[in-house]
Design a protein around this ligand. Structure first.
Ligand SMILES: O=P(O)(O)OC[C@H]1O[C@](O)(CO)[C@@H](O)[C@@H]1O
Length: 284
């Protein structure tokens, strides 16, 4: 497949703070260098803004997809990946990239929402990504938040995940450090489970609902152990509201109080961080 994608042009190199020595091939044919934390596996890629974050995420995703066009990809919801998903759609419109052989898994779904409700993560993914790419239902896996037996649904999703290891997992992080809907305090050994959402999470997500009263109190989520089983993880972090938790993730010891700190245990995690989110990491 053509890595150059010449019509799109290269990801500007100036946005990347060069410091370390892991080289990444870009779809443009360029290379960029990943900054490595001494002794720690998590890598940080610094980019200027949300636009560059989305482009960089797309480039790394495309590289993985081109290496593995029948791969299994873990997708996330929330506002942060929307720009990245738009880059995938733009690329698809230009190059008719064929995603018919991939499998997709999502991190989570609200308990009680039907998949057709606009606030459901099923609906989000179909509209933001899957429908425009022509990704069919048989390729897509998302927990069913309105399953009659939620425990059975967790077991079903767990077994799907164990027979379909994720090649690349996309993550956002919550302001309290949650990944998926693994709230602070969740054990790192957790598998797929039903979680009770923190009030701060419901508050943050109430922007997608008419009022906070409509935000479900529970969700089904991949556990932290499921997330750590992905071969590669890409974490997208944008905006000043994420700066404090980012500092905690990188400057505090690993703790269940900060679920995203579990990623220190993963061998191939890359954070893409824009300037506003990186503000508290400036002393690194
Ligand atoms: O990208 P956002 O909207 O800041 O959300 C961050 C995280 O919060 C969630 O939306 C859940 O609250 C996750 O799906 C997401 O990764």
């Amino acid at each position: 497949m053509d890595r150059r994608r010449s019509k799109k042009g290269p990801v500007p190199r100036s946005v990347i703070e060069m410091e370390a020595h892991i080289t990444v091939r870009l779809s443009s044919g360029d290379h960029l260098t990943k900054k490595l934390e001494g002794g720690i596996m998590m890598k940080k890629l610094f980019v200027k803004d949300y636009h560059q974050l989305s482009l960089t995420a797309f480039d790394l995703f495309l590289q993985e997809f081109q290496d593995n066009p029948a791969g299994t990809f873990g997708f996330a919801t929330g506002s942060t990946p929307i720009g990245f998903y738009q880059r995938i759609l733009e690329d698809h419109a230009l190059y008719q990239t064929d995603y018919s052989n991939i499998k997709t898994f999502n991190l989570d779904e609200y308990v009680g929402l039907d998949e057709h409700q606009p606030q459901s993560y099923h609906h989000f993914m179909r509209h933001q990504l899957f429908n425009p790419l022509g990704i069919g239902r048989e390729q897509v896996h998302i927990p069913k938040g309105n399953a009659e037996d939620l425990q059975k649904e967790c077991t079903r999703y767990e077994s799907l995940l164990s027979s379909n290891p994720i090649d690349l997992q996309i993550l956002g992080i919550g302001e309290n450090g949650h990944i998926g809907f693994n709230e602070p305090g969740t054990t790192f050994e957790s598998g797929v489970h039903i979680t009770t959402l923190k009030e701060s999470t419901r508050q943050a997500n109430s922007r997608f609902f008419d009022s906070i009263h409509e935000v479900p109190t529970q969700a089904i989520t991949m556990g932290i152990q499921n997330i750590l089983h992905a071969k590669k993880i890409l974490v997208l972090v944008s905006g000043s509201s994420k700066a404090p938790i980012l500092k905690e993730i990188f400057h505090h010891p690993v703790t269940t109080k900060i679920p995203a700190s579990a990623l220190h245990h993963h061998p191939d995690t890359t954070f893409i961080i824009d300037e506003k989110a990186a503000v508290s990491l400036s002393d690194d």
